[in-house]
Design a protein around this ligand. Structure first.
Ligand SMILES: Nc1ncnc2c1ncn2[C@@H]1O[C@H](COP(=O)(O)OP(=O)(O)OP(=O)(O)O)[C@@H](O)[C@H]1O
Length: 264
């Protein structure tokens, strides 16, 4: 008996993004399958964040289409989140003067009828839905290890915990696909390894992950599939091993011998 593989969560086809005369992303195809961790790597300025912005509706691609679970995504960030894609940013974007719990509750607004304004004003309709949302938010804080900090202001968290909080807030929209833009930037090695565990645990909950990361250990430890962007084009993609051993990638991106080479 043959089983049909589940359809992809995300399909980007021929995505091109031009800024005037500069082509930041050129005809990039990428597929993310359910419960997979896919890495997107490439040198600085290769177009990785621009590609993410095309996936999440921040930019309308000059050419190409993006579908989520078979449906073409509208190029509006809140509609993309509502459809099931959540993201974090390279530069942390938390509500600094709100508590940890409040930040996660704001992330729930696409999944409650009350909307963002009601959530912020804590109106009567919000209070009715508040209990369920708070339960879910607390589950996420336990999941990310931030529960003991629920009442701390976001701005008072150490950097690594702010990154975790961004992830908890993104998860609050109950996504099927999570996009992480440099989740370990600014972390020490111990925090980076903890972030690996967290991403794996997210995948184990059935959420697909697409991650931009410069930490090669993170990428090669974690990803099922890796795509390499260079000058806006996809140079190569495949298993971590395929990518690690590809001379073009070593030349274009890694530049220096891989750890495997130095073991010889
Ligand atoms: N809004 C914009 N307007 C004009 N050019 C832009 C814009 N956003 C990005 N670019 C340019 O597009 C190219 C790709 O940038 P992008 O930030 O996507 O690269 P990246 O791979 O994410 O880099 P990094 O690893 O340094 O974050 C760069 O040349 C950048 O200067």
């Amino acid at each position: 008996m043959t089983t049909t593989p589940p359809p992809p969560v995300l399909t980007a086809t021929g995505v091109t993004m031009r800024f005037g005369g500069l082509t930041a992303v050129r005809a990039v195809d990428l597929t993310v399958h359910p419960s997979r961790i896919v890495g997107l790597i490439g040198p600085n300025g290769a177009g990785k964040t621009t590609f993410f912005n095309c996936l999440t509706g921040l930019y309308v691609p000059t050419e190409g289409t993006v579908t989520y679970q078979g449906t073409v995504l509208p190029p509006k960030p809140h509609l993309v989140t509502q459809a099931g894609i959540a993201r974090t940013f390279q530069n942390i974007r938390l509500f600094a003067n709100m508590t940890v719990l409040e930040n996660v509750l704001v992330g729930r607004h696409t999944r409650t009828k009350e909307g963002l304004l009601s959530a912020l004003l804590r109106g009567p309709r919000f209070r009715n839905a508040e209990k369920t949302s708070e339960q879910r938010a607390m589950e996420l804080l336990h999941f990310t290890g931030l529960a003991p900090k629920r009442d701390h202001l976001a701005r008072n968290l150490p950097y690594g915990e702010q990154r975790k909080l961004e992830i908890a807030r993104a998860l609050a929209s109950d996504p099927g696909l999570l996009l992480l833009d440099e989740p370990t930037a600014g972390m020490n090695p111990q925090e980076s390894r903890a972030a690996e565990h967290l991403v794996r645990a997210i995948r184990d909950q059935g959420i697909a992950v697409l991650v931009i990361e410069h930490d090669m250990r993170f990428i090669f430890n974690l990803c099922d599939h890796v795509a390499v962007l260079v000058h806006g084009e996809k140079l190569v993609e495949g298993t971590p091993q395929t990518v690690q051993n590809d001379d073009r990638v070593i030349a274009a991106y890694l530049g220096t011998p891989t750890p495997k080479d130095t073991d010889r």
